[in-house]
Design a protein around this ligand. Structure first.
Ligand code: 4AD
Ligand code: MG
Length: 455
């Protein structure tokens, strides 16, 4: 007999004479002559109530069923006389699938701290909070693809193993082939040159934008940043659109449209879950999301941002002067205290930005933008790209980059170059925004951070 998912059973329009439900026991309550089981199968937040009368077989099965065990229930879906649920299962037969040792099962029915749950990342999707969160993560990823599909963008799969350092920050993980049958790196390196895990798919997606027009890539990204913050992980997912014949202002328009779309989509499609997070995690979540939806984002040149920060009646830990890279404290001041909505800072000093950003006429700044959102800080980083060959080459020389390494990238400027622009959005940071979760480790299935590679 085919199983019915609990979500579908709970949405039934009429009783069902024969039904099979499979799931994990959240709780068991024994009464005289009968017992209740609350089962969850991950298809939705709710549990379904199962009522079984005590027969010798059922009692034998119940003996083996504690919190965390998996079970198949065969019976009837009937209207529930109890409160708080429309349907329940009158179980006629229980089949124990997998027992769970009650002495050691770490998820007994009580509230666990996020810190504790991080130590059992392999089991935390069985809790209400994390099952909801990972369902939302999946919906959000699907919404990203829907957003671009609706706008006619093409999805490009950019490589994970790369020979270049897009951001030029040197924060990369090296990829080495092992000698067959050994744990030692092979003597002849596999690719004939150093290979790294990608820090950004941008350089590749630029090639596609200058061929197919509007494109995006969405994939895993790796940074060997040794920073232990609630916003950085060594492996994260990045969404990187790239548009041909577009400038910085088109780029900011797209980012704003995308954030608004994703927030709106989650409020529509996952209303119940978002409300739970507003209740459990962050009381300020709804007002933040509403502001994002209805307010136009502030657009602020970097030079003005520095001026505002210098005049702020606030002690920053990191001193503010023209030329610095904004720190999280500065970013959060701008969007949380000064403007109280998302803020784009644009036209950054060229000295703190990578080689590919388009030089502005002042010769000092580049057409870069960061989008800063309340509670998180930077969620998007992007730019108009330098399409002028001579300016790009001069910039690469200034930064000591080896032209030969980028021969293929430079070809796009050599043959039919065109203005283009794009950005990268941290997928996890977007998920933090719509859930109010404040630690990036809690929106990743298995977070990778310095000194932590369990699971
Ligand atoms: O600002 P970043 O470094 O920009 C780039 O990599 C560009 N090449 C993107 C592009 O223009 N196509 O990173 C973009 C975004 C950041 O705004 C942040 O949201 C996220 O990626 N991000 C991280 N998220 C989690 N952990 C980290 N270590 C992250 N580093 C960046
Ligand atoms: Mg950045």
């Amino acid at each position: 007999m085919k199983r019915t998912k609990i979500k579908d059973a709970l949405n039934a329009q009429a009783p069902v004479a024969d039904i099979c439900i499979k799931g994990w026991v959240r709780s068991k309550r024994d009464n005289k002559g009968f017992s209740f089981l609350a089962l969850n199968d991950g298809s939705c937040l709710a549990t379904i109530q199962v009522v079984v009368d005590h027969t010798p077989e059922i009692e034998a099965a119940l003996e083996r069923l504690g919190t965390g065990a998996s079970v198949a229930v065969y019976g009837e879906l009937v209207e529930s006389p109890g409160q708080g649920q429309q349907w329940e299962v009158r179980g006629k037969r229980l089949e124990v699938i997998g027992e769970a040792d009650q002495e050691t099962y770490p998820l007994q029915k009580k509230r666990h701290s996020d810190e504790f749950l991080r130590t059992i990342a392999h089991l935390r999707p069985r809790t209400n909070k994390f099952s909801a969160l990972f369902r939302m993560r999946s919906k959000l990823a699907q919404a990203v693809h829907r957003f671009f599909a609706d706008k006619g963008f093409f999805y490009v799969h950019t490589p994970i193993i790369t020979g270049s350092d897009c951001e030029g920050a040197g924060e990369m993980f090296r990829v080495t082939a092992l000698e067959a049958g050994s744990q030692e790196p092979a003597e002849n390196d596999f690719f004939g040159k150093p290979a790294n895990l990608t820090v950004s798919g941008q350089l590749s997606v630029e090639m596609f934008a200058l061929s197919l027009g509007d494109c995006y890539t969405f994939g895993p990204t790796f940074r060997a940043e040794n920073s232990n913050t609630p916003r950085h992980v060594a492996e994260f997912w990045m969404i990187e659109p790239e548009m041909a014949f577009a400038d910085l202002s088109d780029d900011m328009d797209l980012g704003e449209e995308m954030i608004k779309y994703l927030v709106g989509h989650m409020l529509d499609e996952c209303a119940e879950d978002v409300e739970l997070f507003a209740k459990w995690v962050d009381k300020g979540l709804m007002p933040t999301l509403e502001t994002i939806l209805k307010e136009p984002f502030k657009r602020l040149p970097y030079t003005e941002a520095i001026d505002i920060l210098q005049k702020a009646k606030k002690e920053f830990e990191y001193p503010v002067e023209w030329g610095i890279d904004l720190q999280t404290e500065h970013e959060r001041y701008l969007c949380e205290e000064k403007f109280k909505k998302p803020v784009y800072v644009y036209d950054y000093p060229k000295t703190i930005k990578p080689f590919y950003m388009r030089l502005n006429d002042d010769g000092k700044t580049v057409a870069a933008m960061d989008c800063l959102v309340p509670r998180i800080g930077e969620i998007i980083g992007g730019s108009q790209r330098e399409e002028r060959m001579d300016v790009l080459l001069a910039r690469m020389q200034e930064m000591n980059l080896n032209e030969e390494d980028y021969w293929w990238y430079l070809d796009s400027r050599r043959y039919g170059t065109a203005p283009h622009a794009g950005f990268g959005m941290g997928f996890e940071r977007m998920l933090m925004l719509v859930t109010g979760v404040s630690n990036i480790r809690d929106v990743m299935p298995f977070p990778r951070t310095p000194k932590s590679l369990d699971f």
